[in-house]
Design a protein around this ligand. Structure first.
Ligand code: ADE
Ligand code: ZN
Length: 346
């Protein structure tokens, strides 16, 4: 492929047009302030903010915890299956506009069951939106149930058991929420159980936490992907392991900037990780809170870093490779990607 044929002026257009998957997006993090206010009204929920604008102005985060506090509060407006459907449908419309062909979507059931919202309400509402995304928008998707790591492993087991009647509606389990002080090994038994039952395994690690958490995500939890993983750069042996085994890292640049993991996008280590041959790709994490959906992540990150069309190709390609779909589907997307680059003269 002749990547040099694509000038830097045309790069944003290419980034937007190319097919891609999204593998790290918390559906509760796609809840826009306008929808929070609409659902609060529909469900008679009192909010601590006077207006959409006042809520948006509160989105000034200093670290992961400062974000999580406001993110969990925002989710309190979700009560009926239709609320979960509306939230997910709004995301799928954005994904369609960004040429996302496939999304693997995280949800945090414990945020809802703690408020006496039934597991059935959460999962069936989200799942119906996934079905409609396929039939009406041509986007395939699957759901990944995340355990909140600041809660106990016993609570994770209870949640997993509650979700079990809906096991055909989600494909995997993940681990999110406050990372520091909650190492992956805290959840060894529940991940082992999920693996025995045939679920895919992923975990947030190395977002704010140390490389040691990435080692235990791999060797104790036996995850197939690591969410974030940007702290791996501080551990040479870990970098070699990630490259050798092609462990996917679902990197989220705008999230990292907004949560002060890197002072600026220009300081992000995405370029270094790509140049080391790691299987990294871009994701939006919590797009309603971090100032952008997937194409915003692409365009802003490429504007801030010395990245070119060959990096764009690698990121899209990695996003197919890292997805939990059959090989034949990955190859079909790869052909679409090649056709897109050919249209741009590569
Ligand atoms: N939940 C939603 N977004 C998250 C993130 N970036 N890290 C950990 N937990 C999360
Ligand atoms: Zn995340």
């Amino acid at each position: 492929m002749n990547f040099q044929a694509i000038s830097s002026e045309r790069l944003p257009e290419l980034l937007r047009a190319m097919p891609k998957t999204e593998l790290h997006m918390h559906i509760e993090g796609s809840l826009e302030p306008e929808l929070i206010f609409a659902l609060a009204k529909r469900n008679n929920v009192r909010l601590n903010y006077a207006s959409v604008q006042a809520l948006r102005e509160a989105y000034a985060f200093t670290d992961l915890q400062s974000f999580l506090d406001i993110y969990y509060a925002g989710a309190s407006v979700l009560q009926q299956p239709q609320d979960f459907y509306d939230m997910a449908w709004a995301y799928f419309l954005r994904a369609k506009a960004d040429n996302v062909v496939h999304a693997e979507i995280f949800f945090d059931p414990q945020t809802h069951t703690a408020r006496k919202v039934a597991m059935r309400t959460v999962i069936t509402g989200l799942y119906r939106a996934c079905v409609d995304a396929q039939t009406k928008l041509g986007i395939s998707s699957s759901l990944i149930l995340c355990f909140l790591r600041h809660l106990s492993e016993d609570e994770a087991f209870d949640t997993f058991e509650e979700a079990f009647p809906f096991r055909d509606m989600f494909i995997g389990v993940g681990l999110d929420s406050s990372e520091r002080g909650h190492p992956p090994e805290k959840f060894e038994r529940v991940f082992k159980r999920a693996a025995q039952l045939g679920f895919k395994l992923v975990a947030h690690a190395g977002e704010e936490g140390p490389p040691a958490y990435m080692w235990s995500a791999l060797d104790v939890l036996k995850v197939q992907r690591i969410d974030h993983g940007v702290q791996a750069i501080h551990d040479e042996a870990l970098m070699a392991r990630l490259a050798k085994d092609r462990v996917p890292l679902t990197v989220c640049p705008l999230s990292n900037q907004k949560l002060c993991v890197f002072p600026n996008l220009a300081d992000h280590n995405l370029g270094q990780m790509l140049d080391r041959g790691l299987c990294v790709m871009l994701n939006s994490d919590d797009p309603a809170y971090f100032g952008g959906y997937l194409n915003d992540n692409f365009v802003q990150t490429f504007a801030a870093l010395p990245l070119n069309a060959s990096h764009a190709y690698q990121l899209a390609s990695n996003s197919f490779e890292a997805s939990f779909v059959p090989e034949a589907q990955k190859q079909a997307w790869q052909h679409q990607l090649d056709a897109c680059f050919a249209q741009f003269g590569a």
